[in-house]
Design a protein around this ligand. Structure first.
Ligand code: CAA
Ligand code: NAI
Length: 247
């Protein structure tokens, strides 16, 4: 078991990649705090995971974009589990539109969740990682942030910014025993991709050397590596898990 005795807080864990990570981490002996604003699905999934896991698994409702909400759920997670070792900043949204049609509201909303949300959660969890003298922060970027993508001005901006924050925090926090890395998934089969027009999906698939979209578990396994002791000397990296879509 690669995460036995550890406690992970995973945001956006009710669905998609975040839930796949919660499931995998629980199998690896980790206690997991699933955080999401979707409490109906989150509560139910945490309950089913909890029944099959060695560690504790619990759901915490919250909105990463709201600082007061973040402070509240981070405090409750710390009280419930007694410590926090791993933070996965996975929650994210899209509001796609071509630049000439993108509204200011849709631009700002994506910044609030994908960028400010990562800042909020990291700043709130950090004191607990520092008190352990060791910790892992994993941020979720995207192929769109690294290479750009039609219709994703707002989203690509946030996912590029996540890379900048990851490298900055890797430099600031390394001496405190905290590793900060990012995962940049390619197109992955979750509800986020479900709204992408079929012709765009086919276009993307044709560009992927491995010939298929990612599965949530493909990304969860990268989170696991970066959360485990196996990656203790990996810091400030961006791990591309995208089937080789762009090289
Ligand atoms: N690559 C190349 N061309 C694209 C494209 C893409 N990814 N997406 C759209 N286009 C093209 C369309 O084929 C169309 O071409 P023509 O004018 O020649 O017909 C043109 O751009 C305009 O597209 P639409 O007619 O669809 O314009 P619209 O204003 O109705 O919609 C859009 C624009 C909302 C961006 C829509 O095209 C769309 O949803 N595109 C997909 C965006 C996308 O890839 N999102 C990724 C979501 S998943 C995710 O974000 C996870 C992650 O990290 C990767
Ligand atoms: P998803 O839509 O399946 O799941 C995202 C989860 O985040 C949902 O449960 C949602 O309720 C939650 N969430 C959204 N906003 C929130 C907020 N403000 N506070 C708390 N929870 C919130 O999406 P998916 O695909 O699992 O995405 C996970 C991460 O991976 C995101 O950061 C996304 O940008 C990134 N990503 C996804 C890719 C894909 O193709 N699916 C590709 C590259 C990156």
């Amino acid at each position: 078991m690669r995460l036995k005795g550890k406690v992970a807080l995973i945001t956006g864990a009710a669905n998609g990649i975040g839930f796949a990570a919660a499931e995998l981490f629980a199998k690896e002996g980790c206690s997991v705090a699933l955080v999401d604003f979707d409490s109906e699905v989150g509560e139910e999934k945490a309950k089913s995971l909890s029944e099959m896991s060695e560690g504790k698994v619990s759901f915490f409702q919250g909105d990463v974009a709201e600082r007061s909400s973040v402070d509240s759920f981070v405090k409750r997670v710390r009280e419930h589990f007694g410590k926090i070792d791993i933070l996965i900043n996975n929650a994210g949204i899209t509001r796609d539109g071509m630049i000439h049609k993108l509204s200011s509201e849709d631009f700002q909303k994506v910044l609030d969740v994908n960028l400010t949300g990562v800042f909020n959660c990291t700043q709130a969890v950090l004191p607990y990682l520092i008190e352990n003298g060791k910790g892992k922060i994993i941020n979720t970027s995207s192929v769109s942030g690294v290479y750009g993508n039609v219709g994703q001005t707002n989203y690509a901006a946030t996912k590029a910014a996540v890379v900048g924050m990851t490298k900055t925090w890797a430099k600031e926090l390394g001496r405190k025993g905290i590793n900060v890395n990012a995962v940049a998934p390619g197109f992955t089969e979750t509800s986020m991709v479900a709204s992408v027009p079929e012709n765009v999906i086919q276009q993307m698939k044709a560009m992927i050397p491995l010939g298929r979209l990612g599965k949530p578990d493909d990304i969860a396994k990268a989170y696991l590596y970066l959360a485990s002791d196996d990656s203790d000397y990996v810091n400030g990296t961006v791990l591309h898990v995208d089937g080789g879509i762009m090289m």
